[in-house]
Design a protein around this ligand. Structure first.
Ligand SMILES: Cc1cc2nc3c(=O)[nH]c(=O)nc-3n(C[C@H](O)[C@H](O)[C@H](O)COP(=O)(O)OP(=O)(O)OC[C@H]3O[C@@H](n4cnc5c(N)ncnc54)[C@H](O)[C@@H]3O)c2cc1C
Length: 385
């Protein structure tokens, strides 16, 4: 016998967890299924000791405040962003003050973000250590520690990241960037002073994000290069990092555990699902350049909850069509923005390097252009003219 529920959320990553919170008080019954946390039957913990930094935009802070999730987060403000390219001239400095904001964004760790969202009281049910194993448009089959359970949701929301739960169509578009992000928490001789650094190299962008007294590193290199970086001992890793980043923060003195993520662009799997929608990475998995993925996914969750509050029949064809239409522009803009940054900057073409240098220089000289880029990164497509 299937249990009736209005909305079933498959995946308790930060986006699915935020959706469950945003649906509180909507009048709909909600169940969230999260695959991790199997051992304790409790909220998931990190499967690696590496700190994976997530840059939240100022707009995401506003949403998290409304979900009562902000005060529980250990967030480091980003006051300036320095953008440069390795081996070429031109650089841009974007300041929070010129955007009339206290911070351009904030850095948190992925694990803390997920844990904080899942620890907040929620009127819906949450089942940890349970996996959605199938959805045929009517019945969702869930494998729990106690055995199989069946649900009959009016709407199934896939928030299962890039893993593709059974019952969800695979992405229509997938492109392997042939880049791998190496992440770690690192310490530098000089203080970061609230500055985030995005340094483009021919292999991919290298980001250093202020995180407490340390910096969160997201270093994009070729898959072979990543394997080499992971195999190095700490002093050799720090020396290579210093060589790639330069001297702006002095020497790199410590590094925590390292982890790596293969990078690909995936989207477009969600056009035909019946009584189902995908949000967050399940709908679009982006390159981490410019830190857009979670921010876009949080807007997915927020807008879906807003629509569901006003709907009697979440999961009806018209409801799903309205949601897809409402999110289309922001999704497309997020995909194009990150994908074109990767294409434009991840190469050693001398002509392009010259053009990029001129672009960075122009941006640095034109406050209105800088403000536009900052607003685009903070608010998504709503900042487009
Ligand atoms: C190196 C790196 C750096 C990044 N930096 C940033 C940044 O600075 N800013 C930013 O905005 N974004 C960033 N991102 C992107 C961001 O991490 C993702 O966009 C975000 O994690 C998406 O959240 P999600 O909840 O949609 O998916 P996920 O985080 O992938 O969570 C999916 C959840 O679903 C669960 N699940 C999977 N299958 C099932 C199933 N069958 N049943 C039940 N549960 C299931 C998983 O256990 C997981 O908990 C970065 C990504 C990477 C790789």
């Amino acid at each position: 016998m299937a249990e009736a529920v209005d909305i079933l959320i498959a995946g308790g990553g930060p986006v699915g967890a935020a959706l469950a919170l945003a649906l509180q008080g909507s009048g709909h019954s909600v169940v969230l299924i999260e695959a991790r946390g199997a051992e304790a039957g409790a909220a998931p913990s990190s499967d690696s000791g590496a700190v994976r930094p997530i840059a939240l935009s100022y707009a995401s802070r506003l949403i998290l405040e409304r979900l009562n999730a902000w005060s529980g987060l250990d967030a480091t403000p980003i006051e300036t962003i320095h953008v440069s390219q390795q081996g070429g001239f031109g650089r841009t400095l974007i300041r929070a003050a010129e955007c009339d904001l206290p911070a351009l964004g904030y850095v948190v760790s992925y694990v803390d973000l997920q844990r904080c969202l899942l620890a907040l009281p929620c009127s819906g049910g949450r089942i940890f250590g349970a996996r959605l194993s199938g959805f045929d448009g009517t019945i969702a089959v869930v494998q729990t520690q106690e055995g199989e359970r069946r649900f009959a949701p009016r709407l199934a929301v896939f928030a299962d990241g890039a893993r593709i739960a059974a019952g969800r169509a695979p992405p229509a578009y997938t492109r392997d960037y042939r880049q791998t992000a190496v992440v770690a928490s690192v310490k530098t001789a000089q203080a970061h002073c609230g500055r985030a650094w995005e340094r483009f190299t021919p292999e991919g962008p290298l980001a250093l994000l202020p995180y407490g007294e340390r910096c969160g590193l997201v270093w994009t290199v070729s898959p072979d290069g990543a394997a080499r970086l992971l195999a190095l001992d700490t002093p050799a890793f720090l020396a290579q990092l210093h060589a790639a980043f330069g001297d702006r923060l002095g020497a790199f003195t410590e590094a925590g555990e390292r982890a790596s993520f293969a990078l690909a662009l995936r989207y477009g799997q969600d056009e035909t699902g019946t009584h189902s929608l995908s949000i967050g990475n399940a709908a679009q998995t982006l390159h981490p350049v410019a830190g857009q993925g979670f921010n876009l996914g949080l807007r997915d969750a927020w807008e879906l909850a807003r629509l569901a509050r006003a709907a009697r029949e979440p999961g009806s064809d018209s409801f799903c069509a309205d949601y897809r239409r409402m999110r289309a522009l922001d999704r497309r803009a997020g995909i194009q923005f990150t994908d074109s940054l990767v294409g434009l900057f991840s190469n050693a073409n001398p002509l392009l390097r010259l053009g990029r240098g001129a672009g960075l220089l122009a941006l640095d000289l034109l406050p209105f252009a800088r403000r536009f880029v900052a607003r685009r990164m903070i608010y998504g497509a709503r900042a487009l003219p």
